[in-house]
Design a protein around this ligand. Sequence first.
Ligand SMILES: [Fe+2]
Ligand SMILES: [Fe+2]
Length: 215
Amino acid sequence: MAQLDKIVEGVYRISSTAGPGGFSFNQFLVKDEKSILIHTGAVQQFKAVADSIGSIVDIKQISYLFISHFESDECGALCNFLGLNPNLIPVCGAITARQLQGFGLHGSPQIVKPGDELSLGKRKLSFISYPSEMHLWEGLLTYDTTDKILFSSDLFVARGAGEAAIKKANRAEAMKIEARSIPSEEGRTKCQAALDQLDIQLVAVGHGPVLDLRP
Ligand SMILES: [Fe+2]
Ligand SMILES: [Fe+2]
């Protein structure tokens, strides 16, 4: 099993550590009337990740899979999850959807745009533009409006093995987008402005401990 931690009621982090420096790969499960998995992890981690998720919820009952951008740690195990649950609907931006369709991985992902909202039942997710696809084209981040959690994918990354699942962080430092994360100044400024408008309490990063910005 991969490491499993409850972040808040109904939101779980599944985490596997690999490589030198303790680089971790996180997936998140948001449980609701319609549950959503945020990223799949790569195929190599699939069994461990699926076992951990399966200890919380029947994978067949998960409605959605959010994919920030087309990369192996974000959606490499898509077909493995579809094998367990053929009704799982990938939710992603138009560019990512084109990849999934073009590679024959899924015929009809649900395409969402920045500003769209997806109701899960009690919770609602919104979407933010994140230039993370090839050629810095548009990928997405998602934000849980109930517990004010930003699922930040690769935008904010922390190294270090054996850390606690949640770590206190300073908002100004934690939320500053580095040039290495979005090399285009225009793209970086736009993404920063979108994040600065959100009331973010927790940052559920794709790699590293969840950042707790609460006072
Ligand atoms: Fe990525
Ligand atoms: Fe990633």
